[in-house]
Design a protein around this ligand. Structure first.
Ligand code: IMP
Length: 178
């Protein structure tokens, strides 16, 4: 375990097992549909690349980048699209792939935004859920792990663009970000 990590919350093995499980559930749920995975940059990239390979059927992939609004913000209107999809999603079955649902504002905005573009269905797959911090209601269709209210890094999640490459999800020591 790296010295900036206080505690490992989800191990590499637990992640690998969960990704396989989610991949097979998703493949089955979408067996009669064309599935379009939309990865939210950059936090979902490592999860998405493992998850996509655990889905045993062809999938279409695209990416979006949205701004984070800052911890003090209270308005959903503050979510901004920094990089939009390259493709039209009208009539498509979309699965948004995200690293973590915290307040829920980002995914609530995205789900609404993609639905309004005429997608046939928009579902959410998140590696992590921090329900203690939720401020907007949101249903997560496919979830990896529920975690306590700790700032976590690894397996795609960062602090100031660092630590995304850690193969586990760990709580960052407070002294690193205070
Ligand atoms: P939400 O809109 O509050 O649900 O926040 C979603 C985004 O905040 C995630 O996609 C992450 O980029 C970021 N985030 C929230 N909690 C953490 C954390 O513990 N570690 C790293 N990033 C986080």
């Amino acid at each position: 375990m790296d010295k900036v990590i206080k505690k490992i919350l989800v191990t590499e093995e637990e992640i690998a097992d969960k990704v396989k499980e989610l991949g097979s559930i998703i493949a089955n749920d979408y067996k009669d549909k064309d599935l379009m995975l939309i990865g939210i940059l950059k936090g979902s990239v490592i999860f998405l690349s493992d998850l996509a390979r655990a889905i045993n059927k062809p999938v279409f992939m695209d990416f979006m980048d949205v701004s984070s609004y800052g911890k003090s913000s209270v308005s959903t209107g503050n979510v901004r699209i920094l990089k939009d999809l390259d493709y039209d999603i009208e009539g498509k079955d979309i699965l948004i792939v995200e690293d973590i649902v915290d307040t829920g504002k980002t995914l609530s905005y995205l789900k609404d935004n993609l639905t309004r573009r005429g997608a046939n269905s928009v579902k959410i797959c998140s590696l992590l859920n921090k329900p203690d911090r939720r401020t907007v209601e949101l249903s997560i269709d496919y979830l990896g792990f529920t975690i306590p209210d700790e700032f976590v890094v690894g397996y795609g999640l960062d602090y100031a663009e660092m630590y995304r490459n850690f193969p586990y999800v760990g709580a960052l020591k407070e002294e690193v970000y205070e």
